[in-house]
Design a protein around this ligand. Structure first.
Ligand code: BGC
Length: 370
């Protein structure tokens, strides 16, 4: 059957003949591939700096944003039947027993980095006529979505980001008290960086969730990207004509930044203007170059490793209760150490010296009475 493959050693991209797959286990399904999207990751792979063929192959079949039609199912398949429209997932688990993420089918949080990815890393992709894989990696899509189902995978990037935003912001009273249940972002302001597919799909998800959404990107209107952003109800602002400071002035307090750009320069500039209790979600991976830019490397790691970096100030009642609880645990466990954190106790008369740091040590305490 036909497939589109890259040959990293000879640095070529070709239409090739690739062996047709067959169902070999009862839980497998066979898909006739219908459409496969092309994204920044694919383009990066085609520069041969990223991506890897499966073991024993000198080529990698491309494609990970896919939609297919089920044409055959194994005897044990429960949820799918021929004719069904499906979107297959991209990542497959590592087989390291110590990986607690892959063990519970959360390979998107794989710890070992030994996961594989269709059309990206050690697994042939979907730019081919037929694919066989396990039922558990297939998502059934309603037939009426046939024309747009290929956008499912890129939208999952935004959906995962938003699911995590909600989970993380549970830590504070972020949501407006009167926000309707189906519009939890009502009254909050989101700035989307970039106007590519990941950004525009993310903007749609934000607007549906009720956020007042601004798309901040290079193109100067009139431009199709600006028109798309405006058509979904976002406010489009061009970074070419409106510098970051002016954009922030126009938006007001930013509650959420959703980055879908790739490069780190603009996102890090915007980060300087984040509002109180705001959250910044990165989804773009800066080009896999030998970039010496610290922020590019930082951003690649943040995104590629699902990291969270956050700021925190002051404490609520829960933290006070936790502190009191822990202080007794500490004094039982390390009685001398805890005591010795207080390196000096001085009477009130010596408080000025204490305040001016004259005593050094770890912590000086002023005794008031008793
Ligand atoms: C895909 C992800 C994948 C990532 C890194 C993205 O383009 O959408 O599924 O994990 O590339 O390889």
């Amino acid at each position: 059957m036909r497939a589109i493959a890259i040959f990293p050693e000879e640095k070529s991209i070709k239409l090739i003949e690739h062996e047709a797959p067959h169902i070999t286990s009862p839980t497998q399904v066979k898909l006739r591939m219908l459409e496969v999207g092309v994204c920044g990751t694919d383009k990066e792979i085609c520069t041969f700096k990223f991506g890897a063929p499966p073991p024993d192959y000198n080529y990698l079949v491309m494609g990970h944003e896919a939609v297919g039609e089920v044409v055959e199912v194994g005897a044990g398949v429960q949820t799918l039947k021929p004719g069904d429209l499906v979107v297959p997932t991209v990542r497959r688990p590592c087989h390291d027993p110590s990986c607690r993420a892959c063990a519970v089918a959360r390979q998107d949080f794989c710890y070992t980095g030994a996961y594989t990815e269709y059309g990206i890393k050690a697994q042939h992709g979907y730019m081919t006529e037929f694919v066989v894989d396990d039922e558990q990696y297939m998502h059934l899509v309603p037939q009426e979505l046939r024309g747009v189902a290929v956008l499912t995978e890129p939208l999952t990037i935004a959906e995962k980001a938003l699911l995590q935003v909600w989970a993380m912001q549970q830590r504070l009273p972020w949501q407006m008290p009167d926000a309707p249940a189906d519009q939890p972002g009502k009254g909050l302001k989101a700035v989307v960086l970039g106007a590519g597919p990941i950004s525009l799909l993310g903007s749609m998800a934000l607007i549906v969730a009720g956020f007042d959404t601004y798309v901040y990107s290079r193109s100067v209107p009139p431009h199709p990207k600006a028109e798309l952003a405006e058509a979904i109800g976002a406010t489009y602002i061009s970074s070419q004509t409106t510098p970051v400071a002016a954009m922030v002035k126009q938006v007001g307090n930013i509650d959420l930044v959703y980055e879908g750009l790739g490069g780190s320069a603009l996102p890090f500039e915007v980060m300087n203007y984040l509002g109180r209790n705001a959250i910044f979600a990165f989804t773009g991976v800066p080009a896999f170059t030998t970039s010496t830019q610290t922020t590019d490397r930082l951003m690649s790691r943040l995104v590629g490793m699902n990291q969270v970096v956050f700021g925190t100030v002051n404490a609520g009642n829960d933290a006070f209760a936790a502190a009191i609880r822990d202080l007794s645990v500490f004094t039982q466990r390390w009685p001398d150490v805890v005591q010795s954190l207080i390196s000096k106790r001085v009477p009130m008369e010596n408080a000025p010296d204490a305040l001016l740091g004259k005593y050094g040590g770890i912590k000086t305490v002023v005794t008031i009475s008793g």
